[in-house]
Design a protein. Structure first.
Length: 296
């Protein structure tokens, strides 16, 4: 599982309230840009996709960074859906931000690098949360006000009556953003991430620790079936063979249905890896598939 937080910081409720729309012209293309949330420090222009720093206020000189849209959100910005996020049940969340992030960005082997998507969610009473969209499935996260017992370098940590085992550590960076963010999104910003997976009755829970130059942020998440996300936001999403879609498990064993599906995939890969030739019998090759694929 490769999951990573957006580095959410605690904010006072009054800082996250909706304010009268503030408008300004994009310093890049001149299109009108509207700030909808108080406390917004970074926003993108919907016309040219520039990332604009508004941390010093709209009246100050606005810095803008050019970025190119390589992957759009599966769920459109502005969409609202009723969703349980962690221990917050039946809350209505609006998608106010979308980002594409990369892991193992400095690894010399391209096969070890991976990509995932994150959605920033907003609720007027509860503040912010976020969803991860990766090849491993969907996870809904909120930041912790405290910290688990143990540190990011530990093999296991304890939190809320459960134990979590470390599954991966890596360097992550933002490669693309859309929408509004209540922290300053810097171009090329990098963080160190350590991910933990729950054990026992916490198997569907996740912890993630993100360390930057000046802070350490812990986040707690719960896996979520793609079907639940799709129903909440009224969109079509591909199902994934992931813990979030497979239902509760015990000890990580596959159930009969999942075993049959995995066996079918393995058989398909074996057949696909056999020698394949063109029509005249030339250029025969044997192939195999490996790699991390796309990850939130």
């Amino acid at each position: 599982m490769r999951l990573e937080t957006l580095g959410l910081k605690d904010v006072e409720p009054e800082e996250a309230t909706v304010v009268d729309a503030r408008k300004f012209n994009c310093p890049g293309c001149g299109a009108s840009v509207t700030v909808n949330l108080a406390g917004t420090q970074s926003i993108t222009c919907s016309a040219c996709q520039r990332l604009i720093d508004v941390s010093k206020g709209i009246g100050a000189e606005l810095k803008a960074f050019v970025q190119y849209r390589t992957q759009g959100p599966r769920i459109p910005l502005g969409s609202s859906g009723t969703l349980s996020v962690g221990d917050l049940h039946g809350k209505t969340w609006q998608i106010v931000g979308f980002s594409v992030k990369k892991g193992n960005v400095d690894h010399p082997d391209p096969e070890e690098r991976f990509t995932w998507s994150e959605y920033l969610l907003y609720n007027r009473e509860e503040g912010f949360a976020f969803m991860i969209d990766s090849v491993d499935g969907w996870v809904c996260y909120r930041t912790l006000t405290g910290a688990p017992v143990g540190d990011a370098s530990s093999a296991t940590v304890s939190w809320n009556g459960g134990r979590f085992r470390q599954v991966e550590s890596y360097t992550a960076a933002v490669s693309y953003v859309e929408g509004e963010y209540y922290w300053k999104v810097d171009k090329g910003q990098r963080v160190e991430v350590v991910d933990f997976e729950g054990t026992g009755n916490k198997i569907r829970e996740r912890l993630s620790c993100e360390t930057s130059d000046n802070e350490v942020v812990w986040s707690w998440g719960v896996t979520m079936p793609a079907s639940v996300i799709a129903m909440a936001f009224k969109v079509s999403l591909p199902a994934t063979l992931a813990l979030g879609d497979a239902g509760p498990t015990s000890g990580g064993d596959l159930g009969p249905a999942q075993f049959i599906f995995v066996a079918f995939i393995v058989l398909f890969m074996i057949l696909a890896s056999q020698c394949s030739c063109d029509e005249d019998g030339q250029n025969c090759r044997s192939g195999s598939h490996s790699g991390t694929g796309f990850h939130k």
